[in-house]
Design a protein. Sequence first.
Lengths: 268, 420, 312
Amino acid sequence: MAVGLTLIFGVMRVVNFAHGDMMVWGMYLAYVLSTRAGLDPYLGFALCAAALFVFGAAVQRGLVDRIVDAPHEMQILLMLGVALVMENVALLVFGPEPIRVRSPLGAATWYLGPLYVDVARLVTFGVAIVLTAALWVFLYRTDLGRQIRAAADNPYGALVIGTDVRRVYAAAFGIGAACVGAAGALVSPILPFQPSTGLSLSVTSFNIVIIGGMGSLPGAFVGGVLVSVAESLGAVFLKPSLKELASFSLLILILIVRPAGLFGRRAS
Amino acid sequence: MPHTTRRTFLRATLAGAAVVAAPLPLRAQPKTFKIGVIHPVTGPLAEPGQACRLGAQMAADAVNAAGGIRSKGGLQLELVLGDTQTKPENGRVEAERVVNQGARMLMGSFDSGSTAAMVSVAQQKRVPFLVDIAAADPITANVAKSVKDGQQKVQYVYRNFPTGSSFGRKAVQYFTEMFKEAGVSPKRVVLMYCNDLFGQSQSRGFQAAHKAANPGWDIVEVIPWPEPPSDLSTEVSKAKAAKPDIIAPITRPASAQLLLPELRKQRLDIMGVVSPGSPGLYEAGQIAALKEDLEHVATCVPWANFKNPKTNAVAEDFRKRSGGKTFDTNSGYSYDGIFIIADALERAAKLDDPDAIVDAMRKTSYGGGLMQYGGPVVFNELGDNPNAITTMIQILGGKPVAVWPKAAAVQKFVFPRPKA
Amino acid sequence: MKWAGALAVLGLLALPLTLSSYALTIFIFIFFYAFLGQAWNIVGGYAGQLSAGHAAFVGIGGYTAAMLSIEHGVTPWIGMFAGAVLAGALGALIGYLGFRFGLRGFYFVLLTVAFAEVCRILVSNIDAVGGALGLYITFTGNPRHFQFQDQRAYYYIALALMLLATGIAALIERRRFGIYLRAIREDEMAAEAAGVDAFRYKMFAMIVSSSLTGLGGTFYAFYLFSLQPNTVFGIPLSVEIIIRPIIGGTGTLVGPILGSFILTPLGELSRHYLGQSGLHGAHLVAYGLLLIAVVLFLPNGAYPWLRARFRR
């Protein structure tokens, strides 16, 4: 999911506070697909991604586009407004109970002697790698991908050489949203969710993106791994309720020592 | 420029004032008795908050249908509803609002922060306040202390809910009794809890009570997690490493959905999962989501007395009106709360004097509650009901049933749990 | 301008004569958030350093005064200044790290958020300060305990806080200091080239802002009678603090006040009218939509827009 965020921020410098809520919408969509159409989330995630792509592109076109030149804080506020609307629409539609999508895969576990492997997590991890790789190929090997990167580096330059920057932005935002949509569907059998889950997801993903590096795909990936390792270590060596302390301390450290993140280039 | 500034500023000020002052006309000569009922119906605690509100509404309907407050000429109850969104400041604002709309008593408000803010309004404006749910001990104790020290004249705050410390005492007592009844002697208990207001209050109460009772089993490890958690695998590994006989988790609905499958996946060899207090674990949605992982799990919660036929009728009605939810701690205590208020109003010498209502509240001895009590509802010197107790329930055959204490048990408990 | 201000203050001083206690409560929160917004405005608006962790200062201030009062019987009238000092110290630490290492824009936002979160997690886990359970303050109604039986006392204190922060902001705006801050916000390099010691001025703004905010923590604690780490150190409170000056117009004296006069009643009305409907959450959807609308149509905030309109 951090991959989606890094794309949105890396390209457009928009701080997407609705990120976690987009993910929650992806989860609810997976839930609806699974309960109404019997579609397993491990298959349904593609549909969720598609739906979120359309939604993301629409948000970009209809809202963010209008204030690209406005002060930075206005963009933050805009996305906060979007987040508030998304969370409470979910509350209106689905109610406040935490739910989880049931999938046969979600319950499966392999045992290797004393070790055990959670199949659902393994699959999620695998799909995440594949998606990240696909996204990398897209960004570096296709025309639209190159345009997105060009627009990120220098929007005016891109405009001069005839890129439709607005279209490119919409595509980038849409793809970013699609990534979280897919991620939401994929973790929906593992992670119970409710409308108010969005905020903590947003904070976690900001954490990951900063640690890994803004605008860097491998960075987002490594950042994700680092954050979970730091939290696990924190849980083992400190009190588990202090484990978030580990990831936030890591964040502060990275911000001070290497604000561009481990893999990022400095965005000024 | 100075001119325009003045105008804009004044305009804004006046608009603001008009907006605030406008929407609340005061009605003269109330024909109903208004009760401000404030719960968190939106935000993170929206689920229990909505259950509370519905419980209170159903109780008010029932009181009114049965003829209202008979000694006061069949006076009807009218609820003025409020929403805290789980923010303490809204507890204060909403309490002020409902009082301004004519509420002459308050009931609420589930989370202890908002409740504490409401307490100040009750004491400031002399509005009797029945806390239907909120477990933090200081809420009533602080007011009692203030009265004792002569800082306040009258205590307007009463609570019909087990306090954090009584939760713990009952849990330790039931644990010990059940182990004995089952003829087993587990030694090692691992306490796991969600580190939020509720979880910490429960776990402190449990540990304090365990220390005081010295019951022959030990709490060998205490593992808190941040709520809501995104993953509990490390926590469960840590618990497993302590070689427990019993896992005693204090969960919220969301963390239960992570914890229980994780316990199965990591194949913990335990006699059972017995919780000192986990709200919502017994909900139909939880049972559907967790299925076999929830079977045989026992938890200590305030529970309705289903041996009472009236409870079953109300629970059935509640299920219909809530879209399939269990009549539980939240809906039940809010339901009883309205009846306790009605009982006090019935006995109060007059209703236009809050101190008369308080007098009646203090003399309460109400036996008609639908929840499982240790005796009639009474209020002690702190303003708490010492007879508000918890019940051990267990999920058996996909249904929550009361299993302990014996007097409340509907079925015999299954413990230790059968080996898979 | 001076006349308008004096007149408005006079009006506000007289208001409690006519309003109900509920309306006063709304005004108290309008003033309180205008105060917090104004305090934030000093560093977030004038200096352009976007802090999204100001809740941490409310929390530190509130916890300090509450602990001193509960454990040591120190009156909050003294405790509030102890709280302000500690909040200022935390502000200095965050400012030092942020400014010394040149964190700008979004990076500074995250640094402040991270510090607030660290405070929240630490306080939740330290039993001596109440842990996740929080602190509960005994209601006595005794002015010595910063508590009042009469709602009007709180009203005047909140008003005084708002005027205090506005006065300090006005002082800063008028002095050379304010000009430096704005120069830093517009173009820090150019300002430095012109000989402005950006680090020093930013630090100063941060410390003033965080100390003032810490003062607010005491008011929060002794008006609401409990402190929980999730509410007073949480991200939602930080958002509440910054949202008002941004809506009203950052870097202006009137902005935070105007923003608070718009948003606080709006939140109240939407909760009141839509919250009763049984459609739980509808009022927050409406609030969110309004927020979006304001951003789209008044991207510089309400006050600059009003000013421009009246100039025309």
